[in-house]
Write a protein that binds this ligand. Structure first.
Ligand code: WT7
Length: 635
């Protein structure tokens, strides 16, 4: 079996074979790119993407905004589909349904092209115009990819909302994006059970501008398609296999994706067309040594940025095959993912530490029977990976012959930014690596001075895939990313520099990573506070073996007495307003929450109490007495 790595000292490096096949092998690329990053990206953009018109200015910076490839024109969908149609029989997408007795679907580039064009025509006919926003609330089905690409073809921005989000969360995103059309499904399968989606969608559209709902049939429910409902399948059938791709400006919006900030209101992160195309194309290609004959499986749901960039856009821009799996890792048992990898010749596998911790715990026994002989590159993303989990991944899945690419990035950055490249290395547990060529990051202390440990920031010129604002909220954009460190993009992550490589330590703000999903404490608190029996609440994360962190809630009641029933009700309430990922694992009923004189809830003190540490800074509290009471409640 081919070995892609060698051990030298206590580090892993690319083997000769990896050096032979990797796109990038000379570490001089970093220096070269740093000398003139704008020129570096310009050359990549010319080579990797088909433009309809060349740009007049490669990079323009007027902080807090900046533009890439200004004046350049292109169509994103054309780059994904039309340019691969010469090899149209090639599989673009493998879709594995959750039920084991249902057939895997494979769509070739030509088949995907046909469907995307048909659906693009349908969207146009239904009134979608260039620059409109289309809301997509779909489970992991091929129609999701078709919908995104159809939007890109006609120049409409898509905003994909994760399928497990509750009606309120969906509604807030539809309103903010001003979508008039919603693409959704009758439901989906989870561990063999049918999950309804349509009733969520129906609740969510109330009070919004949505006047057309296109429905994908996944559960085969009987439907009567009367206005405002349209059938995805029937619409597609009506139209020809070609729709002229719109010519878009490089800076036109490709999509908006909502993510949690430190306040309760999610932010609509705006991504453009040209810059994002360049970064998603090259990061997919270089990080994962991606070739057209590869099968790449990025396990993230397309409702998150990882799914956007590495389950859809990155692999398809490269003419490779992307694999999508509808279900959970444990259905019908924990061998499921391994079976999918082997049966579909997956060569690049990209997942999250939370999934790996779960597999380590429950699926270890299945790994020895598997050879994973086609695997070449492993990736991880979403949260820091601990050494033990890294080693398990390396040995049990990588069979000690595949590099692990630990990619640091964010919804805001559009594509990966800090990681080792497979042809250069090194691959070191808990360390992400260096800034992608042509990008620069540094660590600064709280005063903005360069340090070995502290806050991770990005330096100009900002990467082409970076966000171009928060939708409808300039103030938020400035406050979140540009206020703290002058002219440097604030990532809100902590980092440590070790031998010139970055180790990312995690969020420094009130954002949690629950099973890799980003969720603001304030978002959960807002949901809880809407419950009629509650005066106020504070949510803090506690460590969890598999999920990394889970939320715990402290609540102050109006008149009701604490009870198990009420606890269950509050959890359910969070499920129904945000979604099950935000559900507190425990609810503590307390008389009062620790507050500063200015009324700010001191979550840090609650964290101390949960960890049985001595809380510090009690002097700053206006109500220090409540600390003893909370200690008693926590026990
Ligand atoms: C946050 C962004 C875009 C990837 C999926 C999550 C954390 C991401 C790593 C990594 C340590 C990581 C950071 C970041 N994070 N990748 N390799 N090592 N931490 O996107 O939901 O926008 O979350 O995920 O804390 O800020 P997201």
């Amino acid at each position: 079996m081919v070995n892609y790595i060698v051990k030298k000292g206590n580090k892993y490096w690319p083997s000769k074979e990896m050096k032979r096949i990797a796109w990038v092998t000379d570490s001089k690329i970093y220096k070269k790119a740093e000398k003139n990053p704008v020129k570096f990206w310009e050359e990549l953009a010319k080579e990797g993407i088909d433009w309809r018109k060349a740009w007049s200015k490669t990079y323009e910076e007027k902080l807090p905004y900046f533009k890439w490839f200004k004046g350049g024109k292109l169509n994103f969908c054309l780059n994904v589909l039309d340019r691969h149609i010469g090899n149209g029989h090639k599989t673009a997408l493998i879709w594995v349904p959750e039920a084991t007795d249902e057939r895997t679907i494979k769509l070739s580039y030509k088949e995907l092209f046909d469907k995307v064009n048909q659906f693009a025509n349908a969207l146009k006919k239904l009134g979608v115009k260039k620059h409109d926003t289309v809301a997509i609330y779909l489970p992991l089905v091929p129609e999701l990819v078709i919908s995104m690409l159809a939007c890109a073809r006609i120049g409409a921005a898509h905003t994909v909302v994760f399928s497990a989000f509750a009606p309120d969360a969906l509604q807030a995103r539809i309103i903010d994006g001003e979508s008039k059309i919603l693409i959704t499904a009758d439901g989906y399968f989870r561990r063999g059970k049918k999950i309804d989606m349509l009733s969520n969608a129906n609740k969510a559209i109330k009070g919004t501008k949505v006047n057309k709902i296109i429905i994908v049939k996944r559960l085969n429910k009987k439907m009567n398609y009367r206005k405002p409902y349209y059938s995805f399948d029937k619409e597609i059938e009506k139209y020809p296999h070609y729709c002229m791709p719109e010519t878009m400006n490089s800076e036109d919006i490709l999509f908006v994706l909502y993510t949690s900030g430190t306040t309760g209101k999610p932010k609509g992160i705006v991504h453009d067309t040209g810059g994002y195309a360049v970064q998603s194309y090259y990061t997919a290609k270089w990080n994962f040594n991606l070739n057209p004959d590869d099968v790449m499986w990025c396990t993230a749901d397309i409702g998150w940025i990882t799914g956007h960039t590495y389950a859809v856009y990155g692999p398809l821009l490269n003419g490779a095959t992307t694999l999508l799996y509808e279900g959970t890792p444990d259905f019908p048992n924990f061998d499921r993912w391994f079976k999918i990898i082997e049966e579909n010749n997956v060569s690049i596998f990209y997942t999250a530490p939370t999934a790996l911790r779960m597999l380590k715990k429950y699926a270890d026994g299945f790994t020895d029977k598997r050879k994973f002989s086609k695997l070449r590159i492993l990736g991880t993303v979403g949260e820091p990976i601990d050494e033990e989990t890294w080693n398990w991944y390396f040995k049990k899945i990588g069979k000690s012959r595949c590099p692990i690419i630990d990619t640091w990035w964010q919804t805001e950055t559009g594509g990966t930014l800090i990681n080792a490249l497979p042809g250069i290395g090194p691959f070191v547990p808990t360390i992400s690596g260096r800034s992608f060529p042509g990008t620069r990051h540094e660590i600064v202390d709280d005063n903005g001075k360069k340090a070995k440990k502290g806050n991770l920031v990005q330096l100009p010129p900002f990467a082409p895939g970076m966000l171009h604002g928060v939708l409808n909220n300039h103030k938020k954009y400035v406050e979140t990313y540009w206020k703290r460190f002058k002219k440097k993009y604030d990532t809100s992550d902590g980092a440590i520099m070790i031998n010139n490589l970055f180790r990312i330590t995690g969020r420094t703000d009130d954002v949690m990573k629950v099973a890799g999903h980003r969720i603001a404490t304030a978002e959960i608190e807002n949901a809880i506070d809407k419950h009629k029996q509650i005066i106020e609440s504070a949510v803090v994360p506690v460590p969890d073996e598999v999920r990394g962190e889970v939320p715990v809630a402290f609540v102050v009641l109006k008149s009701d007495k604490p009870s198990e029933k009420l606890e269950a009700e509050i959890k359910k309430h969070v499920d129904n307003t945000v979604g099950p990922i935000a559900r507190p694992s425990k609810v503590y009923f307390v008389q009062d929450l620790p507050k500063t004189r200015s009324g700010k809830i001191m979550r840090r003190i609650l964290k101390n109490i949960l960890k049985h540490e001595r809380p510090e800074g009690l002097m700053t509290l206006i109500n220090p007495d409540c600390v003893e009471e909370i200690k008693m409640v926590v026990g």
